[in-house]
Ligand binder design. Structure first.
Ligand code: DON
Length: 303
C-alpha cells in the first residue's frame, strides 16, 4: 500500500472542500486555531509514519486521550470497570447530563464526558496520578519524550468547566466517584490538555492496531481487551454521530474538540487527522471527510 500517495490525494481533495465548520469556542484557548488547518498521518505497526499537510503540528488532543485512559484503567482493573460505566452509545451530545439521573449515575460509555470522568477517577485511585500515567504512556508509544500538558488550555477549561463539574458532582452523589470532585476535574482537564501532533497520536494508536502490544513489544492489553476498546470506539467514539461515522468511515475512531480524530485499522495501521473546524456534534468536518476518503481509496475498513 502506497500510503503517501493516498494521503497526497486526500489532501488535494480536502483543499478543494469549502465548508470546514468552526473551531471549538466553549474552551476559549481552542477558539484561536484556524478551522481550515489540516494534517493527516498514517502509522504502520513497525513505527513507520507517513504524513501530509500539518501532520507534525501539535494540537490539543482533548477527548482522544479518553481512549488511552480507558486502556490504562482496563489494564489495571479489568472488567470491574464495567460495573461503573456502560458500553452503549448514548445518542446524546458528549457533555450531556440528561441520561445520568434515570440511569442512576452510571454513564452510558467511557467516551462521553461523564464516562471519561469515571475512568479517570478509577485510574487515579489505582495509580495516584492518572494524568501522569497517561502522559507517560503517550510519550512511550509515540516515541516523543517532549509531549506535555498545555496548562493554559487546562486552566481555560477549569475556568469554563461548570458542565464537567456538574457531571462529577452528580455522579459523586450516586457514589460513582471516589476522589474529591475538584481533584478529579484537575486530573481530567490536564489529561484533555495533552498537546500532540498527528504523527504522535497515530503512533500511539498503533497500540490498538497491534491488538494491545506496546511499541517496546510488551503487552498492555489482552487481545480481547484491545478488541473491546476498538469496539467501544466504533460504537461510541464520535458520540451522537457514531452511526454516521461507522457508515462513512467503517473504522474504530475517536474524536476530540481540538479537531483531531484517531482511527484504527486492526492488524494494519493507525491514523490521525487534524482540522480544527468542527460540526455541531463536536467532530472535525475535514477530519471525518478525510477518513471517509481514506477507507474509500484503500478499501481498508473493518467491514
Ligand atoms: O471535557 C470537555 O468538554 C473537553 N475537555 C473534551 C471534549 C471533547 O473533546 C469532546 N470531543 N469531541
Amino acid at each position: 500500500m502506497d500510503y503517501q500517495q493516498v494521503l497526497d490525494r486526500i489532501a488535494e481533495e480536502i483543499a478543494r472542500t469549502p465548508g470546514r465548520g468552526r473551531s471549538a469556542d466553549y474552551i476559549p484557548a481552542l477558539a484561536a486555531r484556524d478551522p481550515r488547518a489540516f494534517g493527516m498521518a498514517v502509522a504502520e505497526l513497525d513505527g513507520t509514519v507517513h504524513g501530509v499537510g500539518e501532520w507534525r503540528e501539535p494540537f490539543s488532543a482533548q477527548s482522544i486521550t479518553k481512549v488511552f485512559t480507558l486502556a490504562l484503567d482496563l489494564a489495571h482493573e479489568g472488567d470491574e470497570l464495567w460495573e461503573h460505566v456502560g458500553r452503549e452509545p448514548s445518542g446524546n451530545p458528549f457533555n450531556s447530563l440528561v441520561q445520568l439521573e434515570y440511569e442512576n449515575g452510571i454513564p452510558r460509555n467511557p467516551f462521553i464526558n461523564a464516562g471519561a470522568l469515571v475512568v479517570t477517577d478509577r485510574l487515579h485511585t489505582r495509580t495516584g496520578d492518572a494524568a501522569g500515567e497517561l502522559l507517560r504512556l503517550l510519550r512511550a508509544e509515540s516515541g516523543n519524550p517532549d509531549l506535555d500538558f498545555d496548562l493554559a488550555v487546562a486552566a481555560s477549561e477549569t475556568a469554563h468547566g461548570d458542565r464537567n463539574a456538574a457531571l462529577g458532582h452528580f455522579m459523586a452523589s450516586y457514589g460513582n466517584i471516589d476522589n474529591p470532585v475538584p481533584l478529579l476535574l484537575d486530573q481530567y482537564f490536564r489529561q484533555c490538555s495533552v498537546t500532540a501532533s498527528c504523527a504522535d497520536l497515530a503512533l500511539a494508536a498503533t497500540l490498538l492496531a497491534r491488538h494491545g502490544i506496546r511499541a517496546d513489544g510488551t503487552r498492555l492489553l489482552t487481545r480481547s481487551q484491545a478488541k473491546q476498546v476498538n469496539a467501544v470506539m466504533l460504537t461510541c467514539g464520535t458520540y451522537d454521530a457514531a452511526g454516521d461515522f461507522a457508515y462513512r468511515v467503517g473504522l474504530p475512531g475517536k474524536s476530540g474538540v481540538g479537531g483531531g480524530i484517531i482511527a484504527v485499522v486492526p492488524g494494519r495501521c493507525a491514523l490521525c487527522v487534524w482540522s480544527p473546524g468542527l460540526d455541531e456534534r463536536g467532530n472535525s468536518v475535514a477530519g471525518v471527510a478525510a477518513l471517509d476518503l481514506f477507507t474509500t481509496l484503500t478499501g481498508l475498513s473493518v467491514f
